[in-house]
Design a protein around this ligand. Structure first.
Ligand code: SF4
Length: 271
């Protein structure tokens, strides 16, 4: 059961340290997609929730008002939606904070970079077409629907994400895939990596960014519980990627570079 809270925020347009991104917009704190490996779990300490990460969302109800004020004083730059939540999680259907933010950004001509796991982004194609240099990317972690649903229970299916990529390309919007985190055992085989590359060619994306599973102690603790419940037989395999991250990463990097032969999209390995 999701715990929803409406809150007010002090800032909307936040300066970013992500390469190629000047500002981040996070209209929500928390995320209904509830991914087992969620990298944004550290955000819980900025809330007063005692519930598990993934079971609460704070909605910043004054977000658009703040953004409208702050953008007038801001130096133009690329804006990312979102860095620590999903801008198109199911609540967005009702609150439309992401849609409202795109309306404001379209008036000020700031380039926009969207990354999501939800095909709800298709709702906003009309606005995306009005933006300066919009790019929309989908995170892809696994092509097996059952495994994907376990790891990302609240997000759109991988199939829907690829369909949405095709639709966005047909509408003339630049797209990319963030293939990551590559799930050990499920997505790190040559066959799986090749299949994702082939789907990317089919969807005509411009770039693929590839990332491995990145662990912090809190991410690992959450993932460990998830694996114990869902895939106990894989616990030791995941443990080995956690404790010997350097050598696992090196092998994976080599495998990906060897498999990348197509020049119809650009590849960036980010680990
Ligand atoms: S979509 Fe992103 S922010 Fe949301 S739970 Fe998944 S990893 Fe976390």
């Amino acid at each position: 059961m999701l715990k929803l809270k409406e809150i007010t925020c002090k800032n909307a347009l936040v300066k970013s340290r992500i390469s190629g991104v000047d500002y981040c917009l996070n209209p929500y704190t928390g995320c209904e997609h509830n991914c087992a490996y969620c990298y944004a779990i550290f955000m819980k300490r900025f809330t007063d929730h005692s519930e598990e990460w993934g079971s609460f969302v704070d909605v910043k109800v004054n977000f658009l008002e703040r953004l409208e004020k702050e953008i007038k004083r801001a130096k133009p730059g690329t804006v990312m939606l979102s860095s620590v939540t999903d801008p198109y999680q199911p609540l967005e259907e009702k609150y439309k904070l992401t849609r409202g933010a795109l309306e404001i950004l379209s008036k000020y001509n700031f380039p926009v970079h969207i990354q999501t796991k939800s095909d709800l982004v298709l709702r906003d194609i009309d606005l995306l077409k009005k933006l300066n240099e919009p790019e929309v990317g989908f995170t892809i972690t696994c092509l097996n629907p059952e495994i994907q649903r376990k790891f990302e229970p609240g997000a759109s299916s991988t199939e829907k994400r690829f369909e949405a990529l095709k639709k966005l390309n047909q509408e003339g919007i630049n797209t990319f895939i963030f293939f990551g985190p590559i799930l050990p055992y499920f997505s790190d085989t040559e066959k799986s990596i090749n299949s994702v590359f082939n789907k990317a060619i089919e969807a005509a994306v411009k770039y693929i960014y590839v990332d491995k599973m990145n662990y912090t102690p809190s991410i690992w603790a959450r993932l460990n519980n998830f694996l114990r419940l869902n895939f106990p037989e894989l616990l030791s395999q995941y443990q080995s990627t956690y404790y010997s991250n350097g050598s696992y990463a090196e092998k994976l990097r080599t495998k990906i570079r060897k498999l990348y032969k197509d020049s119809s999209f650009e590849l960036e390995v980010v680990f």
